[in-house]
Design a protein around this ligand. Structure first.
Ligand code: URP
Ligand code: ZN
Ligand code: ZN
Length: 472
């Protein structure tokens, strides 16, 4: 059905103007003044901003991790994302122990298929970066329609790649023009510090942060940068938290290296003292890299503003406090790493960024949507408001004031890391490919309506076979 959105202010990464939008067959087909179309539903957006749907490039839904599984699956996770103004996610498809990388992709499609209410793509997240998996990688990316791979320099016992295999992954990235995402912390040294802390009898959540100092993020970031550059690959540093890592990224970008960086809302708003909360409450704030002392927040805001960091991922990886977080009650190193952020990514960035005058409306759109679309090959189908783009739209009321709380959130966890944070602004209605998924703050979407979005890599060049001349 046709729709006309009228009276709102359209905001893209470049522009701000009042206009009507015509939506037909899921696409934006006209932008202008006084648009008319027979039989169209009229949506009054007076007083609202119309943003392109948020694109969250970093989620972990229904993912086995740290001896358990994340609490939000593709139903609760994507519904919460939609309430929060996110219309596309790129989720990490964890490949570990399968004979074929493509088996992991099939498994991820099964998880999402009848549940996702928003559009989605996958990154391949390779836990066991062996010669065999590396050999399969080029074809797997091509067949699966995936142009991004995550590897780890952290989690020594579970996921950590050696420098050699990391370098090999960068070579595949270069060959396929795929972006290699790296979790930059020095896992081996972290393990040593964890053992030291435990030997000294420390069990509390704050030791999670104290055993993963910023120097180890900076060191791993520099190593990944140099190895990616040597291989000629594009590097995307996930969840950047601190000055040490930002400085390395800036230095590399100034030299012309192809390095991109992402940070996440908790690092902009919360700090290391949250892990000191009594009665094990600090466990609610255990994720990796950890929260940092407050002075790092300004460094991150400045890097975003200067476009040295380009994207905001949620790093949604939720574990309930009274449930799975208790696995680490006696030992901080057993607390499942991760937090619930998919729902509040958009509003926290708007409120702390735009409403507090740190970033402009256009910069907000770039960080929350457009940059991720461009980095991961979704643009201009997604990430903007333009003729021919998918009608993924957020009607946002900038004047609402509310307080974030687990009481009112839609994630499947018993706490909210931003509990009590007063925010300005709220997504009121959210459309995906022209269909309402949230209408006047009510969920009206359909389970399974989310579409898998393929992102292409360089195709393998098949050798040209010539008929050979035969002589009689
Ligand atoms: O603690 C975190 N960040 N959990 C999710 C896995 C990862 O490293 O991104
Ligand atoms: Zn990570
Ligand atoms: Zn993550």
């Amino acid at each position: 059905m046709k729709k006309i959105i009228t009276g709102g202010t359209v905001i893209t990464a470049a522009d701000q103007y009042k206009a009507d939008l015509l939506i037909e067959d899921g696409k934006i087909t006209e932008i202008g003044q006084g648009i008319r179309a027979e039989g169209a539903e009229i949506i009054n957006a007076t007083g609202k901003y119309i943003f392109p749907g948020g694109i969250d490039p970093h989620t972990h839904l229904d993912m086995p991790f740290n001896n358990t599984v994340t609490d939000d699956d593709w139903e609760s996770g994507t519904i919460a994302a939609a309430f929060g103004g996110t219309t596309t996610i790129l989720d990490f498809c964890l490949t570990t122990g399968e004979d074929r990388l493509l088996d992991a992709v099939d498994k991820w499609h099964e998880k999402a298929k009848d549940k996702a209410v928003i559009d989605y793509g996958f990154h391949l997240m390779i836990a066991d970066l062996t010669e065999e998996t590396l050999a399969q990688l080029p074809e797997a990316l091509e067949v699966a329609g995936i142009n991004s791979v995550k590897v780890f320099l952290a989690y020594a016992k579970e996921f950590q790649a050696s420098d050699r295999t990391l370098f090999q992954a960068f070579k595949v990235g270069k060959e396929k023009d795929a972006i290699v995402m790296v979790h930059c912390e020095n896992g081996s040294v972290i393990d040593e510090l964890v053992e030291e802390a435990k030997k000294s009898g420390h069990t509390e959540p704050i030791y999670h942060a104290l055993t993963r100092p910023p120097q180890l993020e900076g060191e791993a970031t520099k190593r990944a940068i140099e190895l990616a550059n040597l291989a000629g690959a594009k590097l995307y540093v996930v969840h950047v938290t601190c000055k040490e890592a930002v400085d390395e990224i800036i230095r590399a970008r100034e030299k012309g290296y192809q390095v991109y960086g992402e940070t996440c809302p908790p690092y902009l708003v919360l700090d290391q003292t949250y892990l000191e909360k009594p009665n094990f409450e600090g466990a609610k704030y255990v994720w990796s890299p950890p929260l940092r002392p407050k002075e790092h927040q300004e460094v991150l805001w400045n890097a975003l503003k200067a476009k040295q960091l380009q994207t905001i991922g949620s790093d949604q990886c939720s574990f309930s406090f009274n449930g799975k977080k208790q696995l680490g009650r006696e030992d901080f190193s057993k607390i499942p790493n991760g937090g619930p952020f998919i729902e509040d990514r958009f509003s926290v960035l708007y409120s702390e960024g735009v409403a507090k005058g740190r970033i402009s409306l256009n910069e907000f759109v770039d960080m929350i949507s457009t940059s991720a679309a461009k980095t991961f090959g979704l643009f201009p189908q997604k990430g903007t408001i333009a003729i021919g783009s998918d009608a993924d739209l957020v009607l946002f009321d900038p004047n609402v004031e509310r307080v974030i709380s687990a009481e009112s959130h839609h994630m499947n966890v018993d706490y909210n890391a931003f509990e009590g944070l007063a925010v300005k602004g709220e997504p009121v209605s959210v459309l995906i490919r022209g269909e309402y998924v949230i209408r006047d703050k009510e969920f009206v979407g359909k389970l399974g309506s989310g579409k898998y979005i393929r992102r292409e890599v360089k195709k393998e060049e098949k050798p040209v076979t010539h008929k050979s001349f035969t002589t009689k």
